[in-house]
Design a protein around this ligand. Structure first.
Ligand code: IPD
Ligand code: CA
Ligand code: CA
Ligand code: CA
Length: 265
């Protein structure tokens, strides 16, 4: 486990917000669902969870800046620390009663992600990581999968919302990956997609058109579990690129090559 004051702050905030999400799951008629854009929904559950997180994080670390999905940016006096907060990652799943969603909180210090927490309240799975201290699922130390052969690998990917990103491009990429991998999956929560690579359930994951709150926590989780994380184009700055590709070193390299080839054709 990671017994640092920072991790205690993050885990306490996330668990507190998760209580509301658990209560609200399945109560769709009372959730004031609205559309932020085509295929992009938000509900009272997202907003309530975000309020709880914001309050807890601001109280514990006054001065830190925040980037919150529903509120936007909150500039703090401390410019070197920024929380990246997704109060409900997998809103579409949540609103359809699909029990696969999470809270994701990452901390950036001087441009580097230094800690991350992703919590799936339905399965009671808490994924945590801190730079140099490893990654854990509940009390178990995590390691990315050791598979070396793409034909054995399960590969997760994400689909952009209606009207956002290029579905044509994604279909080309998915076709290329389907042709050579053991299986493909689209789960609907970018944070959990990263967490599942960190714990070795899936071998690879890639997605474009993301936001920093979707991936900040997951990036450090995968790295601390010994995995490689880049942008979907293979670049070194996934957070800045707002896209990810991750897995173990060998499969990650193969995935990047496959995606490049698919886009060149
Ligand atoms: C979404 C989920 C989804 C991904 C989308 C994200 P939200 O986050 O992570 O898996 O494909 O790009 O926006 O809106 O449910 O927090
Ligand atoms: Ca959203
Ligand atoms: Ca999200
Ligand atoms: Ca969200």
């Amino acid at each position: 486990m990671i017994n640092s004051p920072l991790m205690t702050v993050m885990v306490d905030a996330v668990r507190k917000a998760a209580r509301g999400l658990k209560r609200d799951f399945g109560e769709i008629e009372n959730l004031q669902v609205s559309r932020k854009g085509p295929g992009n929904f938000v509900s009272a559950a997202d907003r309530k969870a975000e309020e709880v997180l914001k309050e807890a994080l601001m109280k514990a670390r006054p001065g830190y800046s925040l980037i919150l999905e529903e509120t936007g940016n909150v500039e703090g006096t401390d410019k070197s620390h920024t929380w990246h907060v997704d109060p409900l990652d997998g809103t579409t799943n949540f609103l359809h009663g699909i029990p696969h969603f999470a809270i994701s909180v990452g901390l950036e210090r001087d441009g580097q992600i230094v800690a991350g927490v992703i919590y799936d309240p339905i399965k009671d799975e808490l994924f945590i990581a801190e730079r140099g201290k490893g990654a854990y699922l509940n009390n178990r130390r995590l390691r990315v999968s050791g598979r070396q052969d793409l034909s054995d690998a399960v590969v997760a990917y994400g689909t952009p919302y209606l009207g956002r990103g290029s579905h044509g491009r994604l279909l080309k990429e998915v076709a290329a990956v389907m042709a050579v991998s053991g299986g493909t999956r689209r789960f609907g929560s970018a944070a959990l997609d990263l967490a599942y690579v960190a714990c070795g359930r899936t071998d690879l994951y890639w997605e474009r058109d993301l936001q920093t709150w979707d991936i900040a926590a997951g990036i450090i989780l995968v790295r601390e579990a010994g995995g490689f994380v880049s942008s979907a184009d293979g670049g070194a700055e996934p957070l800045a690129a707002r896209s990810v590709a991750c897995g173990n070193e060998v499969l990650h390299r193969e995935l990047i090559a496959l995606l490049r080839k698919a886009n060149a054709s």
